[in-house]
Design a protein around this ligand. Sequence first.
Ligand code: SAM
Ligand code: 2KA
Ligand code: SF4
Ligand code: MG
Length: 231
Amino acid sequence: MAIGSQASVEETTSASSTAERLRITEIFHSIQGEADAIGWRTVFVRLTGCPLRCVWCDTEYSFYGGNWRDIDDILAEVAVHGAKHVCVTGGEPLAQKRCLILLHKLCDAGYEVSLETSGAIDVSSVDARVRKVMDLKAPDSGESQRNLWSNLGHLLPHDQVKIVIASRADYEWARDVVAEHAIDKRCMVLFSPVHGAVEPRALAEWIIEDKLPVRFQLQLHKLLWNDAPGH
Ligand SMILES: C[S@@+](CC[C@H](N)C(=O)[O-])C[C@H]1O[C@@H](n2cnc3c(N)ncnc32)[C@H](O)[C@@H]1O
Ligand SMILES: Nc1nc2[nH]cc(C(=O)O)c2c(=O)[nH]1
Ligand code: SF4
Ligand SMILES: [Mg+2]
């Protein structure tokens, strides 16, 4: 840990062990708005920090700040809401190595656990019980060069690959990448429009026209709550 970083200040001033602590932006109870578990009442654990800067990111408030929390404390707060589903997201959750411990403990506690991850960080050590929802970043995100293609080899049938699409050019990139890597043979593939960028109906029609083996999704929480905090 770099001297003078926020983490090292926390670690030297805190009385408790840092071995099982994570920097957390928020924990909230909502309806899952994305991917295969869409619609389920879910507790979200949003980890602070991300090494990417997707131009359309809707969660820039999670890049900095947050609070250091013991993993057992996080589990206790999750339990209060009495939900079967837990979604670990961020920021980029896997940027904090101890996220792997949180995922493992959530699975041991019996939750249906999903992980939203950028696809830029190795997913090979994620607990196999976790449903990974892994992005491949399309060119208009500005972060396409960060895609870690070896991650495709670590996907399980219950995982999902998500491509967030901002333009027709992004769509064509996504269509070609799915075909080239036969991603739909590995797991479910989701195409999602960038909220406010590409017309959702246009994306839906392109998928129909090209007869793609992918699932269209809209961010349900944005339709329900228009991006309000805590949802
Ligand atoms: C905020 S990210 C956090 C997890 C991880 N960093 C990632 O990118 O997957 C959660 C999901 O929201 C998607 N997302 C972020 N901003 C979006 C936007 N403006 N429109 C549609 N999806 C968006 C991301 O692509 C990702 O699939
Ligand atoms: N309701 C709701 N569902 C979500 N699914 C993934 C989210 C995320 O930010 O990763 C998210 C979110 O922020 N809210
Ligand atoms: S990787 Fe995720 S959290 Fe990071 S900038 Fe991109 S969408 Fe936002
Ligand atoms: Mg979100």
